[in-house]
Design a protein around this ligand. Structure first.
Ligand SMILES: Cc1cc2nc3c(=O)[nH]c(=O)nc-3n(C[C@H](O)[C@H](O)[C@H](O)COP(=O)(O)OP(=O)(O)OC[C@H]3O[C@@H](n4cnc5c(N)ncnc54)[C@H](O)[C@@H]3O)c2cc1C
Length: 70
């Protein structure tokens, strides 16, 4: 059988967790590509703390250098 390629556009909660799930459960050899407009993940529930100055923005984000950006 030919290898499958899955492209996920958007690396927010939905896309990042879909990619993580597929990486674990997709058939071996499946290529999973996650495309996001940035190379970092924003943990949105912490944004009010960033807006109030209780946290700095890097504390609410995590880098994902392996992501393809568009
Ligand atoms: C301040 C705040 C607090 C929240 N608190 C909670 C909470 O406590 N509990 C809870 O369950 N939910 C919370 N939410 C809601 C939750 O964050 C969203 O429901 C969730 O992020 C939606 O996930 P998503 O993957 O659909 O979109 P997003 O997480 O917004 O991801 C979309 C991604 O697509 C990327 N993108 C956009 N356009 C393009 C493009 N053209 N090409 C490539 N990439 C693109 C963006 O960069 C982004 O990474 C909160 C939201 C906010 C704003």
């Amino acid at each position: 059988m030919q290898a499958q390629r899955i492209v996920i556009v958007g690396g927010g909660f939905g896309g990042a967790f879909a990619a993580r799930y597929l990486k674990r459960y997709a058939p071996p050899g499946t290529e999973i590509e996650l495309i996001n407009s940035t190379n970092y993940f924003v943990f949105q529930p912490l944004l009010p703390e960033v807006a109030s100055g209780a946290l700095m923005l890097p504390e609410a984000t995590s880098g994902n250098s392996g992501w393809k950006t568009k």
